[in-house]
Structures are given as structure tokens and as C-alpha cells.
Design a protein around this ligand. Structure first.
Ligand code: ADP
Ligand code: ADP
Length: 216
């Protein structure tokens, strides 16, 4: 049976970093809703134009378009063995929709590592974040610098600073997480899927903690 893992946690906590490592180690697809939106913005699609109006303010993109985008992504053949979901679901309506989608693919959410870190650490991480243009790899000037400044270690593409990583937008995004996404913590806890992970540890230690908590 396919394996689906949802990485839950506030912006900047390390979901994308861990999702890339876990998808390599486990041979599962990496689905990042933020990367999919940024791809659409780059390609100037209609979805990209709509998403940008919300993303630039740090608000969530509406559920209906977000759900449709993820449903399409899950139908790709690389998701047949399962996926690491990074940034989706972010609302209870998205979590319900995910359950329905996975039923169609005869899967279910297997585990939900919830990565935590205090607000000052999130702000510090996002202010030093550099993101790779081609595949969304995350680097950090202070905590995880690339070997060569401005260049992705993995695919050689250019690194850029996200517009929504400026401090006012970051604060709004963290607030949006607490208002709209944090209800998912109790949702997945009630479904016995949640495992708490201390995101203040090093990247390697966080990976280790997630892998030892996963029963997959
Ligand atoms: P998210 O996807 O949750 O927004 P990222 O994976 O992009 O978070 O990480 C945010 C920033 O913090 C990046 O610059 C990344 O390099 C850095 N980072 C990720 N994990 C850690 C960690 N455990 N310790 C220090 N910095 C980290
Ligand atoms: P981070 O990695 O810092 O948590 P993301 O790249 O996941 O940020 O998301 C960036 C922005 O994309 C969000 O602030 C939001 O505007 C939009 N977005 C991403 N995922 C979703 C989602 N599941 N639902 C609604 N909006 C989303």
C-alpha cells in the first residue's frame, strides 16, 4: 500500500528541507504546495496570477483551487508509492479533501510529524533563507549555507530570496498558521497520526527524529 506522510508545522520550521531528505530516503514523491504555486507564478499561468495575490500578502490561497492543484499532482505516476506532503493540508477543509482524494488512490495519511520551533527561530530562519529556482531546495546563510554563494548544491540553479520572506509578511504567515492551520494539530492527534518533533535540533537530528517516529 502507498505511504502518505503529512509534514505539519509553521512557516520556516524546516518542512521543505526535511521533505526533500525524506523523499530521497523513502523513495516517495515530494509534494510542496508552495513550490507548485511558485512554479505557476513563474510560468505565468492563471492559477499563478491568482495565487500571487494571496501569497504576496501572506494569506492562504483559497481552498478550492489549492485542493484541485493537489488532486492533479497526486494523480501523477510518481505518487503511486506515496508522497511526502509539505505545506498541504493547511485548513480543515483541505484535510477532509485529502482524506477523500487518498481513498480514490486507495491510500490514507499514515503519519503526521508536527515540527515545532518558537517564533523568533522561525523569523531568523526565514530571514536567512535562500531558495533554489529549479527545485525549491532551501539553504540558509547562517544555518545551512550553500557550498558556493548563490548557487544550489544539488542542481546548480540560482538561489533567490522569496518576496514573502520579508519580516512583515513572515509575521502575518505565522499568524495565519496559528489561526487557520493549527486546528489540524488536534485533528490529526484525534486520528492518532500526530508525532511531535523538536524543530530546534540540527537538520540531521530532525531527520533522525522523524524517521524513528515513522512506522513506515
Ligand atoms: P519550511 O518549508 O517549513 O518553510 P524550510 O525547510 O524552507 O522551512 O527551512 C527554513 C529555513 O531554515 C531555510 O533557510 C533552511 O535552510 C533552514 N533550516 C531548516 N531546518 C533547519 C534546522 N533544523 N536548523 C537550522 N536551520 C534550518
Ligand atoms: P512555507 O514553506 O514557508 O511554509 P510555503 O512555500 O509552503 O511556505 O507557502 C507559501 C505560500 O503559498 C503561503 O503563504 C500561501 O500563500 C501559499 N500556500 C502554500 N500552501 C498552501 C495551502 N495548502 N493552502 C493555501 N495556501 C497555500
Amino acid at each position: 500500500m502507498a505511504t502518505f506522510i503529512v509534514l505539519l508545522g509553521p512557516p520556516g520550521v524546516g518542512k521543505g528541507t526535511q521533505a526533500k531528505i525524506l523523499s530521497d530516503r523513502k523513495g516517495l514523491a515530494h509534494i510542496s504546495s508552495g513550490d507548485l504555486f511558485r512554479e505557476n507564478i513563474k510560468n505565468q499561468t492563471e492559477l499563478g496570477r491568482l495565487a500571487q495575490t494571496f501569497m504576496s500578502k501572506g494569506e492562504l490561497v483559497p481552498d478550492d483551487v489549492t485542493i484541485a492543484m493537489i488532486k492533479d499532482r497526486l494523480s501523477h505516476p510518481d505518487c503511486r508509492n506515496g508522497a511526502i506532503l509539505d505545506g498541504f493540508p493547511r485548513t480543515p477543509a483541505q484535510a477532509d479533501a485529502l482524506e477523500d482524494m487518498l481513498k480514490e488512490f486507495s491510500g490514507r495519511v499514515d503519519a503526521v510529524p508536527q515540527i515545532t520551533a518558537p517564533m523568533d527561530a522561525l523569523i531568523e530562519r526565514m530571514s536567512g533563507r535562500w531558495t533554489c529556482r529549479a527545485n525549491g531546495h532551501s539553504f540558509n546563510t547562517k544555518f545551512n549555507p550553500p557550498k558556493l554563494e548563490g548557487v544550489c548544491d544539488y542542481d546548480g540553479s540560482e538561489l533567490f530570496q522569496r518576496d514573502d520572506d520579508k519580516v512583515e509578511t513572515v509575521k502575518r504567515r505565522i499568524q495565519v498558521y496559528f489561526d487557520q492551520t493549527s486546528p489540524l494539530i488536534s485533528y490529526y492527534r484525534e486520528h492518532d497520526k500526530l508525532v511531535e518533533i523538536d524543530g530546534l535540533q540540527s537538520i540531521e537530528q530532525v531527520t533522525k527524529a522523524i524517521l524513528s517516529a515513522l512506522n513506515v
